[in-house]
Design a protein around this ligand. Structure first.
Ligand code: HEM
Length: 535
């Protein structure tokens, strides 16, 4: 940044007293200068990285005096901002998010270079986060270097094909139960109003409890269930962001002073702790063990207790944090995608009917009878339904800004990225790039992602699960679960818009897309329509 711009606020502050000096009593001048000095130091702290992006050779969103380029971060829906910026600046731009310089990239080749090719040498980690809460600070997603590698290697075997096949049965029975619960709530016309996000998050949390911990949620049908509420609180699903959050982006010390995670933390800590202790008492890490997520976690717990991983600073909290991560990383992203899928179905009735017809055909040809299971939901059996899910993931990805922090200065064809710069894929913008989705990229058109068509699409233009060694570890688990839930819903219901149906995003949501309650009508299939209502 030019020196003249850098000095502007101080010049203003210095000139101000000159105008009023003559009227000020002498004893007020010293406090005045101390205040000016304090403001200057604070402002300079917020502006500490100004100038870095301007050297990169890309368009930069003009920063404000000391709140970066996003002084109203908490009031704007960031993924929609990204779409606007893509239209304004093109495939790459810079912005100071608070004090941190960010570069937003949408070009598939650049994404490949940064997220895959030069990942280990230059872009291994995410930026530092301080949640003011140990349970969140220790999750693998925000760990760095060796600590991240050890945890990732430890958890990856949970997502092998055979493990997912194994979990598929449990996921399927949760999806079936989701549909049958709603059926039992339908009125005499076979219709029920559904608050999609609440219903899906509650059901998915119960599904995670079963697949990862081998337990069921008590009063699982009740959205006020305390465990579910604690998890929802962690995702800020029900809370508005305020100016303090925006301020903390420029002055990270505030993140420590105003922790954003409340009472829910203690409940999660004690729940996971109890489940782990119970499983250890019952036997794990042996040939008779369950061989599931909880067993993996218990083995890690025992090794930490024995003093292993001391050099990495792992504690019992580190282990508990990975349980939190699996719930948080999984339930909300999937609920968000399924809500968007339901919205897309309700607003595209023809596509919805095509999904239903395809499912009927697949079930009729299924060697195992009319059972929705792991084999049935293979893409080759339900290509259109799968394409509807992928198209939803393309248009409305739940994690809207996968990121890496630049660990060493990096240069490529005139683009220079300085150490400490955060590189972001703005997924909502990248997935709408008309160069790679030429046929009305803003529209829901599932046929473009049917297997025989999608081979022409650059894999780095579909950014919803991130890329490289730190891509989404739960991608296959998520696709399996979402297909099972989608099939059970499509088989049993037609989803329809109501008068109060709106898809309205909440501003300022960090990390995951948040929206106001989405109400849709679920109408039972195969029910004779009644033209009369009872008096
Ligand atoms: C629709 C569902 C989902 C979407 C759209 C999604 C998306 C993402 C994205 C974009 C990232 C960042 C990738 C990157 O930076 O390159 C990520 C990371 C991650 N996801 Fe997912 N995810 C989903 C479901 C899940 C599920 C079900 C789980 C766990 C069971 C999960 C666990 C994780 C974890 C642990 C990470 C951090 C990986 C690391 O840093 O090594 N996600 N996810």
């Amino acid at each position: 940044m030019e020196l003249k711009n850098r000095l502007t606020p101080y010049i203003i502050l210095a000139l101000f007293p000159i105008c009023i000096f003559t009227q000020l009593p002498l004893q007020l001048i010293l406090p005045y200068f101390l205040i000016v000095l304090a403001i200057t130091l604070v402002a300079e702290e917020g502006r500490i990285n100004y100038g870095v992006l301007e050297q990169s050779g890309i368009p930069v969103v003009e920063p404000t005096l000391f709140l970066g380029s996003e002084p109203d971060y908490h009031r704007r829906v960031q993924h929609l901002v990204d779409i606007e910026r893509f239209k304004k600046y093109g495939p790459i731009w810079g912005s100071y998010v608070g004090r941190a310089p960010h570069i937003f990239i949408t070009d598939p080749e650049l994404i490949r270079l940064i997220f895959v090719k030069d990942s280990s040498s230059h872009f291994e980690n995410r930026q530092d986060y301080e949640f003011g809460c140990a349970l969140m600070n220790e999750v693998m997603e925000f760990k760095k270097g060796e600590e991240w590698r050890v945890l990732r290697d430890f958890l990856s075997p949970l997502f092998t094909t055979s493990k997912i096949n194994h979990m598929s049965q449990v996921i399927g029975s949760c999806a079936k139960e989701f549909a049958s619960d709603l059926k039992s709530e339908c009125d005499k016309n076979g219709r029920v109003k559904v608050d999609c996000r609440i219903r899906l998050t509650t059901s998915l949390i119960d599904m995670f409890a079963q697949t990862t911990l081998g337990v069921r949620m008590e009063d699982r049908k009740d959205p006020r269930n305390l465990f579910a509420q604690a998890l929802r609180m962690m995702m800020h699903g029900e809370e508005e962001m305020n100016f303090i959050y925006t301020l903390s982006l420029s002055f990270p010390i505030l993140q420590k002073l105003t922790p954003i995670y409340g009472e829910g933390i203690a409940l999660l800590d004690s729940t996971f702790r109890n489940v782990i202790k119970k499983r250890i008492a019952g036997g794990c890490c042996s040939s008779t063990a369950h061989n599931d997520f909880l067993d993996f976690i218990c083995c890690l717990w025992k090794r930490v207790e024995k003093g292993e991983f001391q050099e990495l600073g792992f504690t019992q909290t580190t282990v508990l944090s990975q349980c939190v991560l699996f719930f948080l990383g999984g339930y909300d992203t999937m609920a968000s995608t399924l809500c968007h899928l339901l919205w897309n179905m309700a607003t595209h009735p023809e596509e919805q009917e095509e999904m239903y017809e395809e499912l009927k055909r697949a079930l009729a040809n299924h060697p195992k009878g009319e059972e929705i299971d792991h084999e049935l939901i293979h893409d080759s059996n339900i290509p259109f339904i799968s394409a509807c899910i992928y198209e939803t993931l393309r248009l409305q990805p739940s994690l809207y800004r996968p990121e890496r922090i630049c660990g060493n200065d990096w240069n490529h064809e005139g683009l220079s990225i300085k150490k400490g710069t955060v590189v972001i894929i703005p997924t909502w913008a990248a997935n709408r790039n008309p160069k790679f989705y030429p046929d009305e990229p803003e529209k829901f058109k599932p046929e473009r992602l049917i297997p025989e068509n999608n081979e022409y699409i650059d894999p780095y233009a579909f950014t919803s699960f991130g890329f490289g060694p730190r891509n989404c570890i739960g991608k296959r688990f998520a696709c399996e679960s979402m297909k099972l839930f989608a099939c059970h819903i499509v088989r049993n219901f037609r989803v329809e818009l109501r008068e109060d149906s709106v898809l309205e995003y909440k501003p300022g949501s960090p990390i995951v897309v948040a929206f106001n309650p989405l109400y849709l009508d679920f109408v039972k299939r195969n029910k004779k329509v009644s033209f009369f209502t009872e008096r």
